[in-house]
Ligand binder design. Structure first.
Ligand code: ATP
Ligand code: MG
Length: 573
C-alpha cells in the first residue's frame, strides 16, 4: 500500500474528547472517527487491525469445532417476548417499529435468534452437539458509552452458542471454548488473566471472563498472590471469618442525640468510636419489595452478590423518598432497630457487639445494638465487596487488586433459553429432552483498543506483530533522490512478493514527519533507505518497540524481514 494513496488522516494534537490512551491513539493514528456518541467509522488502517483480530478468532473457533454462520442484526420482538427478555432487557435494547407497526430490536446479543434456528432445524441427538458462532455488529444503547471502542453503543462481537445433549457434553464444550479463548488472546499478543465471573441468578461457578490487564480497565480483578484464584470483584468471595474482636459484655441499648452526623465517619467521630463499630444500614428496592442490608461501617455492599442472594431480577438503592417513608427520617439516620423491612446482614458482622446505628429519627442514633437481642435478621450472607485486607477464599494468602478490560466471556447457560423457546430433541431412547446451552462472547472491536492500552509509548502505538495493520513500514528519506526512490520501489515490490504486509511511505515529506507518523501508527518494523545507507548497500532497520537499529544488507533484507516476522508471530500452542 502506498501511504500517499491511503485514507490515513493522522493528528498531531490529542483530541480533547478522548480520555484513554487507546481512544486518543485510535483517533490520532487515523484508525477511527466518531460518527455520533458510541458509534464509530473504521477507517482503512483501523479495519486492517480489526480483520487481524477476526482472522485469529475464526481460526481458533473453527479449530475448536465451532461453525461460523451469520444471523440477522434486526430481530422481531416476538422472539424476545418468548424468552421474556423484551420486558426485562431495559433501555439498552434499541427497539423500533417497521411500516406495519411491528416491533423489532437491533440485536445486542443472539440467544433468541440462534435458539429459534436450532429448534427448527435440529430434532435428534444425532445432530448434536452443535457449536455455532458469528462475527457481527451489535447494538447496546449503553448508558455511558466511553473510551472509544472499549464501550461503544455499536460494536463488533464474536458470539457463539453451543447446544449439547446434556450437562456433561456442555462441560466439554465449555472447556474447549475456554482453551480456544486462551489461545486467541495469547495469539493476539495480549497480557490477560482468566477470572471467575458472576453468572447471575442461573448460579454455578461456570462463568469465566478474560481480562486484559490495564490501568484504564473498568473491571476490578481480585487475584491471589499465592494460588491460582482470580475473580471479578463482582464475584470475589469472602469467607465468614472468626472474630478477632475482644469479648465484650453486652451493654444496654441507648439513644443519643447526634445532630448533623449522618455518614459513618461523622457518626464514629461524634461518638468517639471506630467505623467498624458503626452499622451501615442500606435500603434497597427490588422487584420483590424493599429490603435492608447491614454491614460494618468500613465495608461496602456488593450489589451483584446481594442481587444473586435475594434472587431478584432488579435491585437498586432506594431513592430518598422511599428511605424517608420507610424510616420516618432523613437519609443518614436509618437503622435496624424497629425497622419494618426484611433485614439481611453481611458475614463481616458475625460476632460484632454493641454497635451504633441510626435511630430512624432525624439527628438521633442508637448505641449498643446487639443481634438477636435488639433486632432479628432474616439471614447472614456474603454481601460485601472484597478488600485487600481480606484473605484469598481458597488458600488464605493475600489478595491483590488489578484493573482489567473484559475482552471475552464464556458462560454455561443451561436450559434457560431452550426451555423458554422449547428447543428440544429426541434422545437415543426416543424421549424428548431440552438442549443444554452455553454462550461465548468476544469483544472483537474492544480487543483493538485493549491491545493499544497495553502496547504504546509516548510516541504512539506499538502493535504486537500478529495484530499490526502492516508488518513493515518502508521509508525512503530522500523523496527527490531518483536513486533512492528507484531502490525503494524495487524493494517495495520484493517485500510484497515475499508475502509481507508493507506500507510504502512514498510521500514527499521531511524525514522527521515520516518518522513521527511511523511511530504513531505503531508498525513493528521500519526500514529506512537514503543515499547514505545505499552507499553501503544497506538499509536501516528499526524495531518500533525496542527502538533498536541495525544496518541490513539490501541483498538479505527480505529474508531478514521474513525471519523476523515469523519469530514474532505467536503461534497456537
Ligand atoms: P460489560 O460487562 O463490559 O458491559 P457484558 O458482560 O455486557 O460486558 P457480554 O454480554 O458478555 O458483555 O458480551 C461479550 C463481550 O462483548 C464482552 O466480553 C466484551 O468484550 C464485549 N462488549 C460488551 N459490551 C461492549 C460494548 N459496549 N462495547 C464494546 N464491546 C463490548
Ligand atoms: Mg460479560
Amino acid at each position: 500500500m502506498y501511504y500517499s494513496k491511503m485514507l490515513l488522516p493522522t493528528l498531531k494534537e490529542t483530541p480533547a474528547e478522548a480520555e484513554t490512551v487507546s481512544h486518543q491513539l485510535l483517533l490520532r493514528a487515523g484508525m477511527i472517527r466518531k460518527l455520533t456518541s458510541g458509534i464509530y467509522d473504521y477507517l482503512p488502517l483501523g479495519l486492517m487491525v480489526l480483520r487481524k483480530v477476526e482472522a485469529i478468532v475464526r481460526e481458533e473457533m473453527n479449530c475448536a469445532g465451532a461453525q461460523e454462520l451469520l444471523l440477522p442484526a434486526v430481530q422481531p420482538a416476538e422472539l424476545w417476548q418468548e424468552s421474556g427478555r423484551w420486558q426485562i432487557y431495559g433501555k439498552e435494547l434499541l427497539r423500533f417499529r417497521d411500516r406495519h407497526d411491528r416491533d423489532y430490536c437491533f440485536g445486542p446479543t443472539h440467544e433468541e435468534v440462534v435458539t429459534d434456528l436450532v429448534r427448527r432445524e435440529v430434532h435428534s441427538y444425532r445432530q448434536l452437539p452443535l457449536n455455532l458462532y458469528q462475527i457481527q455488529t451489535k447494538f447496546r444503547d449503553e448508558i455511558r458509552p466511553r473510551f472509544g471502542l472499549i464501550r461503544g453503543r455499536e460494536f463488533i462481537m464474536k458470539d457463539g452458542y453451543s447446544f449439547d445433549i446434556d450437562e456433561a457434553g456442555a462441560d466439554q464444550t465449555y472447556r474447549a471454548m475456554y482453551d480456544a479463548y486462551t489461545r486467541i488472546f495469547s495469539r493476539c499478543g495480549l497480557r490477560f488473566k482468566t477470572v471467575e465471573a458472576d453468572s447471575g441468578p442461573i448460579g454455578g461457578s461456570f462463568s469465566h471472563e478474560f481480562m486484559v490487564l490495564a490501568e484504564t480497565g473498568e473491571d476490578v480483578v481480585v487475584s491471589c498472590t499465592a494460588c491460582a484464584y482470580a475473580a471479578n470483584l463482582e464475584k470475589a468471595e469472602i469467607l465468614p471469618t472468626e472474630s478477632s474482636l475482644p469479648v465484650e459484655p453486652l451493654l444496654p441499648l441507648g439513644k443519643v442525640h447526634t445532630p448533623g452526623a449522618r455518614s459513618v465517619s461523622e457518626v464514629a467521630d461524634f461518638l468517639q468510636t471506630t467505623p467498624d463499630k458503626v452499622l451501615k444500614t442500606m435500603i434497597y428496592q427490588t422487584d420483590e419489595g424493599a429490603v435492608a442490608v447491614l454491614l460494618r461501617g468500613d465495608h461496602e455492599v456488593n450489589e451483584v452478590k446481594l442481587k444473586n442472594f435475594l434472587q431478584v431480577s432488579e435491585l437498586f438503592l432506594a431513592p430518598e423518598e422511599v428511605i424517608r417513608q420507610e424510616t420516618n427520617a432523613a437519609v443518614g439516620f436509618a437503622g435496624p432497630v424497629g425497622l419494618n423491612l426484611p433485614i439481611y446482614a453481611d458475614y463481616g458482622l458475625g460476632s460484632a457487639v454493641n454497635l451504633v446505628a441510626g435511630a430512624n429519627e432525624n439527628d438521633y442514633h442508637i448505641i449498643n445494638i446487639n443481634f438477636d437481642r435488639d433486632l432479628v435478621v432474616k439471614g447472614f450472607a456474603d454481601l460485601r465487596q472484597a478488600s485487600n485486607s481480606d484473605p484469598c477464599p481458597r488458600c488464605g494468602a493475600a489478595l491483590e487488586f488489578l484493573r482489567g478490560i473484559e475482552v471475552g466471556h464464556v458462560f454455561k447457560l443451561g436450559y434457560k433459553y431452550s426451555k423458554a423457546l422449547k428447543a428440544t430433541f429426541l434422545d437415543d431412547q426416543g424421549r424428548e429432552q431440552y438442549m443444554f446451552m452455553g454462550c461465548y462472547g468476544i469483544g472483537v472491536s474492544r480487543i483493538v483498543a485493549a491491545a493499544i492500552e497495553q502496547n504504546h509509548d509516548l510516541d504512539g502505538i506499538i502493535f504486537p506483530m500478529p495484530l499490526a495493520p502492516f508488518q513493515v513500514l518502508l521509508v525512503p528519506i530522500a523523496a527527490n533522490d531518483a536513486d533512492t526512490m528507484a531502490v525503494a520501489s524495487r524493494l517495495y515490490r520484493e517485500i510484497r512478493a515475499a508475502g509481507i504486509e508493507v506500507l510504502f511511505d512514498d510521500r514527499n515529506e521531511r524525514p522527521g514527519i515520516k518518522f513521527k507518523d511511523g511511530d504513531l501508527l505503531g508498525i513493528p518494523v521500519r526500514v529506512v533507505l537514503g543515499p547514505k545507507t545505499l552507499a553501503q548497500g544497506a538499509a536501516e532497520v528499526r524495531q518500533r518497540r525496542s527502538r533498536a537499529v541495525q544496518l541490513i544488507p539490501l541483498a538479505s533484507l527480505v529474508a531478514y524481514l521474513q525471519d523476523h516476522i515469523q519469530a514474532e508471530m505467536i503461534r497456537p500452542t
